[in-house]
Design a binder for this molecule. Structure first.
Ligand SMILES: *Cc1c(COP(=O)(O)O)cnc(C)c1O
Length: 368
C-alpha cells in the first residue's frame, strides 16, 4: 500500500529531535510568544530572504491578517478589488472576502495551473488595488509579468505561498517576491507543523508591526488595544517543531524534485497529461498533478493496485455553495476543466525508489 502521504513516517524521520524540542517547551513553562517562536521567525525570515516574519495561527489567518493590516494602515479600503486566481484553494478567496474586499477571479494558464498574467488587464477596474498570486502545487506564479503589471497600475502584490515553502524564482525565494506573503504550516505542507501554524513574511516594517499587533488582540502593550485585533499566534510547541524541520526543507524539496523528474520522464500513457515543466530547479512539487478525462477510472485502477491518490481540488471556489452568489467573474471554463480532470499521485520526500517505480508502472498500465 502506498499512502498518498504518510504523516507518521514524515515525522518519525525527525525523532528524537521533535520529542526533545517538545520536552524543552513543556519544561520551560512558557507556551505562547516566547523564545521558540522568536527563533523560528528569525530563521524563517532568513530562509526566505526577508527582514520580517510573523508567526500566526494558520495559513488562512496569515492571508487575512495581511489584508486587515493594509486596511488598518489605510492602504486598502473596504470595497477595493483584489485579483485572485479562480483555480486555488478556497482559503485564498476567503481571506479577501472576509476582510470586506472584493475577490475578482482570473483564469489560470493551463500549463502552469497558475494565474495567467495575460488575463489581468481585462479583470482590472478603477477599484483594483491588489493581486494575490498563489504558487499552486509548489510552483511560483509568473512573477515577472505579475510584478510588472502591478507596477504599471500601482497594485499591491500578496503571495499565497502556502504550497511553496522553499520554492525559488530567478534566485529569490517564494515569500520574498511581493509586498507580503502568507505561509501555512498545516501538517501536510512541504514544511508542516504537528498542528496548525502559519506565517507572514515581508520586507515592510510597518506592515509587519501592524500584523504582529493585530494577531495579538490589536495590542502591543498588555491591555492597551490599538486595533480590533484577533487571537492568531504561532505557539511555542509548533514553532519549536518547525525549527527542527526547517534545516531539512531544501534537502526534502530536492528529493521531491527527483521524484517528479522520474514521473515526468517515465510516465508514458497517452490517457494522461503530465504537468509542464519550466525551471526544474525552482519548483518544490507540493503536489504532482496529472490530468485525465478518465479520472474516476484511473483513481480506481490505482486504488486496486494499492496506490492512494487525491483530487485537489474537485470543485473550484466559485462552484462552492458558500459562494453561490458572491464572486465576480465572467466564465471560467479553464478552471472548471482543471477541477474536472486533475488527479494527484503520491509525491513526498519519504517515498522510496521502489515505490516511485510502482506508481509509474501503475499509471502506465492504465488503459481504457
Ligand atoms: C493550505 C493552504 C492555505 C491555508 O492554510 P491553513 O493553514 O490550512 O489555513 C491557503 N492557501 C493555499 C494555497 C493552501 O494550500
Amino acid at each position: 500500500m502506498i499512502k498518498f502521504l504518510d504523516l507518521q513516517q514524515i515525522n518519525a524521520f525527525f525523532e528524537p529531535a521533535l520529542s526533545l524540542a517538545a520536552k524543552k517547551i513543556i519544561d520551560s513553562g512558557w507556551y505562547i510568544r516566547g523564545r521558540a517562536s522568536a527563533e523560528f521567525e528569525s530563521a524563517f525570515a532568513l530562509f526566505c530572504g526577508v527582514p520580517h516574519c510573523i508567526g500566526v495561527g494558520n495559513g488562512l489567518d496569515a492571508l487575512t491578517l495581511i489584508f486587515k493590516a493594509y486596511l488598518e494602515l489605510g492602504i486598502l479600503k473596504a470595497g477595493d478589488e483584489v485579483l485572485v486566481p479562480a483555480n486555488t484553494y478556497i482559503a485564498s478567496i476567503l481571506a479577501v472576502s472576509e476582510t470586506g474586499l472584493i475577490p475578482v477571479l482570473v483564469e489560470p494558464d493551463e500549463e502552469s495551473f497558475n494565474l495567467n498574467p495575460l488575463l489581468l488587464e481585462q479583470a482590472l477596474t478603477s477599484k483594483t488595488r491588489a493581486i494575490l498570486p498563489v504558487h499552486l502545487y509548489g510552483r511560483v506564479a509568473n512573477m515577472d509579468a505579475i510584478l510588472l503589471f502591478a507596477k504599471a497600475y500601482d497594485l499591491l502584490v500578496i503571495e499565497d505561498a502556502a504550497q511553496a515553502h522553499g520554492a525559488i524564482y530567478e534566485g529569490d525565494r517564494a515569500g520574498s517576491l511581493g509586498d507580503a506573503a502568507a505561509f501555512s504550516f498545516y501538517p501536510t505542507k512541504n514544511l508542516g507543523a504537528l498542528g496548525d501554524g502559519g506565517a507572514v513574511t515581508t520586507k515592510d516594517a510597518s506592515l509587519a508591526e501592524a500584523i504582529r499587533t493585530l494577531s495579538n488582540y490589536g495590542s502591543q502593550i498588555k491591555y492597551v488595544n490599538i486595533y480590533k485585533g484577533v487571537n492568531s499566534r504561532l505557539d511555542e510547541l509548533q514553532a519549536a517543531f518547525l525549527s527542527v524541520k526547517l534545516p531539512y526543507l531544501d534537502k526534502q524539496n530536492a528529493r521531491r524534485r527527483e521524484i517528479a523528474m522520474r514521473y515526468l520522464k517515465e510516465i508514458v500513457n497517452p490517457l494522461v497529461r503530465l504537468p509542464q515543466l519550466s525551471n526544474p530547479e525552482e519548483h518544490v512539487w507540493h503536489a504532482f498533478v496529472l490530468r485525465t478525462e478518465q479520472r474516476e477510472a484511473l483513481q480506481k485502477h490505482l486504488q486496486c493496485l494499492g496506490i492512494e491518490t487525491l483530487i485537489y481540488y474537485p470543485k473550484a471556489p466559485h462552484q462552492q455553495e458558500a459562494y453561490k452568489n458572491g464572486l465576480v467573474y465572467e466564465t471560467l471554463p479553464i478552471t472548471e476543466g482543471i477541477a474536472a480532470t486533475v488527479l494527484s499521485i503520491p509525491l513526498n520526500s519519504m517515498l522510496t525508489e521502489a515505490e516511485v517505480t510502482e506508481v509509474i508502472e501503475g499509471v502506465n498500465r492504465f488503459a481504457n
